[in-house]
Design a binder for this molecule. Structure first.
Ligand code: RFL
Ligand code: PHB
Length: 394
């Protein structure tokens, strides 16, 4: 049954939409989620793997943190490989904080289960979602489900529908300013059921291009290599992928790499994108709908969570006291944190990747900066603070 009215209509059942739904539900605020895809499709997308401490705390607040604590892997550092050597950035020693390796798929699964358990409505395979009247007091979301048209009246719309969603696209072009940088390369990612090459993530800078050794668990590995924008997955059989990965790693990691058949392989282009502002009347954007970062800093999902944290608190305060003060501050508050993460992701991407136009000079500059980074406590602390996640505003 699709209701005709709710307090908050949420577009998108990715991590932003589901987490917002759960935080609102726990505060007694009614929300309906409209999702274009099926639940299986949403769970089939292999994406993020690294959660900031603040994100895990927010999962706890939403009542869905148990499995992340039980099965997630706390990581107290990362390794940087360059110039044939590997160096550790020790988050624990530098700032006393850590990240948790726990896949976005699992976060989504936990949130879906919690939503099903509380009986809240998610309309999957909702097509032709369109948003109306958010510049006034009575917004409406229209949709089709199984060919039948529906209207959902609401107080607020949360646009949690990712970069290609309908929410940002519904805003008049003159009301939104977009900031964008497209990088001249992508990431080719492979998932396989083999033990990870190291206990920690390895970020490798190499003249052949960037590589990343990540993981989902002690038995499942996630690897990436920088690739050209014109590359196709079909041109990268597993053997070629692992040869290229090995060539970009230090000798110890290359020797320790256990290969196996890939269970997923995909190419993602890299971009930085920010839309300002993030609120238009009674439509608030959150997560990838408002901003994209290249995955190098592992910030996308974490930024989505921090937007949702601010939005949920502002809506709870609004329904409790009638004030819109926090909603009025929503956009600027999010954007301050967003731009810091955009800056960090851009910096780490620029430091680690081979750019087509900077040549051997660029490679030496990167190696010099990496040398400085691993040799200076001040520089390493800056990396650690940003990677583990900057604090939220009060
Ligand atoms: P999502 O996950 O894109 O979900 C949006 C949902 O909205 C639905 N939708 C619609 N529904 C109804 N009507 C419409 N018209 C709709 N249009 C779209 C979509 O079907 C979808 O279900 O956005 P959300 O929730 O904001 O979450 C953002 C994160 O998914 C994203 O930032 C991260 O995956 C980015 N990311 C990483 N983030 C991290 O924090 N740590 C990482 O380690 C990390 N690694 C990554 C990443 C992203 C990657 N790719 C593929 C871009 C690694 C990769 C390779
Ligand atoms: C991942 O495991 O997918 C992952 C980890 C770290 C990143 C990006 C992606 O920076």
């Amino acid at each position: 049954m699709i209701p005709s009215r709710t307090q908050v209509a949420i577009v998108g059942a990715g991590p932003s939409g589901l987490l917002l739904g759960q935080l609102l539900h726990r505060a007694g605020i009614d929300a309906v989620i409209l999702e274009r895809q099926s639940p299986e499709y949403v769970l089939g997308r292999i994406r993020a793997g690294v959660l900031e401490q603040g994100t895990v705390e927010l999962l706890d607040e939403a009542g869905v943190g148990a499995r992340c604590h039980a099965e997630g892997l706390p990581h107290e550092g990362i390794e940087l490989a360059f110039d044939g050597q590997r160096h550790r950035i020790d988050f624990g020693a530098l700032i006393g904080r850590h990240v948790t390796v726990y896949g976005q798929t699992e976060v989504t699964r936990d949130l879906m289960a919690a939503r099903a358990a509380c009986g809240a409505t998610t309309v999957y395979e909702a097509t032709d979602v369109s948003l109306h009247g958010f510049d006034g007091e009575r917004p409406v979301a229209r949709l089709r489900k199984d060919g039948v048209a529906h209207e959902l009246a609401c107080d607020w719309i949360a646009g949690c529908d990712g970069y290609h969603g309908v929410s940002r696209a519904s805003v008049p072009a003159g009301a939104v300013k977009a900031f964008e940088r497209i990088y001249p390369f992508g990431w080719l990612g492979v998932l396989c059921d083999t033990p990870p090459v190291s206990d920690e993530l390895i970020y490798a800078n190499h003249p052949r291009g960037f590589a990343l050794c990540s993981m989902r668990s002690r038995t499942r590995s996630r690897y990436y290599v920088q690739c050209g924008l014109d590359e196709r997955v079909e041109d990268w059989p597993d053997g070629r992928f692992f040869d290229e990965l090995r060539a970009r790693l230090d000798a110890r990691a290359a020797g320790a790499l256990v290969t196996g058949p890939s269970i997923e392989k995909s190419i993602a282009p890299l971009r930085s994108f920010v839309a300002e502002p993030m609120r238009f009347g009674r439509l608030c954007l959150a997560g990838d709908a408002a901003h994209i970062v290249p995955p190098t800093g592992a910030k996308g999902l974490n930024l989505a969570a921090s937007d949702v944290r601010y939005l949920a608190r502002a809506l709870v305060e609004h329904y409790r006291s009638g004030t819109t003060d926090d909603l009025d501050r929503y956009s600027e508050r999010c954007l301050r944190r967003v731009w810091k993460a955009v800056r960090f992701s851009w910096w780490f991407t620029t430091l680690m990747h081979r750019f087509p136009d900077t040549g051997d000079f660029g490679q030496r500059i990167q190696e010099a900066e990496l040398g400085y980074l691993v040799g200076s406590r001040a520089a390493a602390t800056s990396l650690a603070e940003n990677y583990v996640g900057l604090p939220f505003e009060a």
